[in-house]
Design a protein around this ligand. Structure first.
Ligand code: ACO
Length: 325
């Protein structure tokens, strides 16, 4: 079987940071409430950059740091729930801007699990015919938030990050095992970006407010703290490992309490659960690759280590990828 290598990681986030205290100007909230309930201290918010702008920056950094040419790429996938347009796909915009003339490009939406679902798709492509691919998770969630709705607006941030992946003909692979699950029957627990039927023939009278994030926070909390540990355990087993063999866990960064609870359920020490939710908030499909890139750049994650990447979110979806970096 063909192996796959993670060649490079990179991230790009908007410059503007919004600390918790600044949100008081738009809604009744406090740093104390946000920090104690979520661990979030600040988030990066786009003041003009779009999802494709952030993803293009990531793509340029990835290529520059790896020393690859854009024409080396066979495919570009962007995982996003906040694309610039329904069409063209964000990935197609990136492909055009960087001049990746040999690459096909498309978007994938599995909300906060998008990067993990994207890894599975990329793995499939690389095992068949393609040699070099780029996967980016990118979001501008700030455009999907009602900035006067404190129960959701305080939780999210904007950003993008990604990886370059390459076929490894020697056989050894970074991809050890995957577990993906979708719970469509729970989809209404977390919605955003509703597109109303609004033609001249429409009789639909849906509240336009559904354009913005709506979430049953407690239901999502319960879902994540139960389903993520189970997904990790299934993936660990498929990889023929024990949970204690995992050097680090990189979970979707939604809430520090969720991360702590998952660590407890897995009975693993908290230092193995990397976190940057304090600085970025929840960046959906971008959160896992941003943290992965940070941890690699800092030297926390090193070649040869075994990492569990695990996401959860809209759909509802959950997914785990075990990698040997
Ligand atoms: N500031 C101050 N008070 C607030 C705020 C705020 N920002 N938001 C809510 N409150 C109030 C509520 O109005 C409520 O007041 P009341 O008791 O007078 O009615 C009180 O705080 C408690 O609210 P709860 O919703 O019960 O708070 P809870 O402790 O459940 O925490 C939270 C809420 C942080 C959202 C939690 O449920 C959670 O983290 N859930 C998971 C959410 C998540 O991870 N979502 C992302 C999924 S990923 C994706 O796909 C996008």
């Amino acid at each position: 079987m063909t192996g796959i290598q993670i060649v490079q990681t990179a991230n790009a986030v908007p410059e503007r940071t919004v600390p918790n205290d600044e949100l008081n100007a738009y809604m009744e909230t406090s740093d104390e409430w946000i920090s104690s309930r979520t661990g979030i201290k600040q988030r990066h918010v786009a003041t003009g950059q779009t999802t494709s702008d952030l993803c293009t920056l990531v793509a340029q950094k990835l290529l520059a740091e790896a020393g690859w040419q854009a024409c080396d790429l066979d495919f570009i996938i962007v995982a996003t729930m906040s694309p610039d347009y329904m069409t063209p796909a964000t990935a197609a915009i990136v492909q055009g801007r960087i001049g990746a003339k040999n690459a096909f490009a498309f978007d994938l939406n599995a909300a906060c699990s998008g990067f993990i679902y994207g890894l599975k798709v990329a793995e499939g492509l690389l095992q068949v015919a393609d040699k070099r691919g780029m996967l980016i998770g990118g979001e501008v969630l700030s455009k999907l938030l009602d900035w006067h709705e404190r129960s959701t607006a305080v939780l999210f941030g904007d950003g993008a990050a990604g990886v370059l992946l390459e076929q490894n003909l020697t056989g050894s692979s970074a991809f050890l095992a995957t577990d993906l699950q979708t719970f469509g029957e729970l989809g209404d627990r977390l919605t955003a970006g509703y597109q109303p039927v609004n033609s001249v023939f429409a009789t639909d009278s849906t509240d336009p407010h559904q354009r913005y994030f709506e979430m049953d926070g407690r239901a999502v909390y319960k879902f994540a703290t139960h389903q993520v540990p189970e997904s990790i355990m299934r993936a660990v087993q498929k990889a023929g490992l024990l949970v204690q063999d995992i050097d680090y866990f990189i979970l979707h960064q939604a809430n520090q309490r969720i991360i702590d609870q998952i660590a407890k359920r897995l009975d693993q020490p908290s230092h193995k659960f990397l976190s940057n939710v304090a600085n970025f908030g929840n960046t959906s499909a971008a959160s896992i690759p941003i943290l992965l890139d940070e941890a690699i750049q800092r030297g926390t994650i090193q070649r040869g280590q075994t990492i569990a990447l695990s996401g959860f979110g809209g759909g509802l979806t959950v997914g785990t990828q075990i990698i040997k970096y």
